[in-house]
Design a protein around this ligand. Structure first.
Ligand code: HEC
Length: 178
């Protein structure tokens, strides 16, 4: 065999091998390799949220400074903000606090600590920033148990202010004016 012939054989063999490999890589022949993905260290959603790294600022800007008290609401309560808040409430809060925000959600009843009535004077008398912090950080009971989970990973900073603005609109319906 001449050199060229041998080279052609080698090239043909290489091309054949490549073709066979491509059958697998393009899933023409699909082999379900045994994998044990479930056997690995992992966290379930909202389990052990990682603490924010020291001296870091969220990309949305500083929402509040820890230990510096409640922040001031920067989002004007217009129709858009309230509507956004209403939708977000119906996704994130309704299961515990209920459709009327009186604390009678489907999940709420099963909790050891009943969710707060958000239309009540107790909650409504708090400043916007306090409600914002409750949503952001959750509520740690005096017994050291988490009564309400922190929802800062579920709602962006803007989202949380929208929810606060929405909660404010519930006040009137709870305390009817004479
Ligand atoms: C897993 C259930 C659960 C979800 C979801 C939940 N909450 Fe709560 N929330 C609670 C419970 C329970 C309490 C009462 C805690 C207590 O009294 O110690 C509470 C209390 C509160 C309070 C009163 C805190 C205060 O400062 O007096 C506010 C405000 C509040 N929730 C707002 C919200 C909003 C807004 C959402 C959605 C963005 C939400 N919660 C989602 C369970 C929940």
């Amino acid at each position: 065999m001449s050199f060229t012939q041998r080279l052609l054989v080698v090239l043909a063999a290489a091309a054949l091998l490549l073709g066979v490999l491509m059958i697998f890589s393009y899933d023409i022949i699909k082999i379900n390799w045994i994998s044990f993905m479930e056997i690995q260290p992992s966290y379930r959603a909202m389990e052990h949220p990682l603490p924010v790294a020291a001296r870091s600022i969220p990309i949305e800007g500083a929402a509040y400074i820890a230990g510096q008290g409640a922040p001031v609401n920067p989002i004007q309560s217009d129709a858009i903000s309230v509507e956004r808040g209403r939708v977000l409430y119906s996704i994130t809060c309704i299961q515990c606090h209920g459709p009327n925000a009186d604390g009678n959600g489907v999940v709420g009843g099963a909790l050891v600590f009943p969710p707060a009535n958000l239309t009540s004077e107790v909650v409504q008398s708090k400043p916007d920033g306090a409600l914002f912090l409750s949503i952001s950080n959750g509520i740690l009971g005096a017994d050291g148990q988490i009564h309400m989970p922190a929802l800062n990973e579920n709602l962006t900073v803007r989202d949380r202010w929208d929810v606060v603005n929405y909660l404010r609109t519930l006040k009137a319906s709870a305390t009817p004016q004479p």
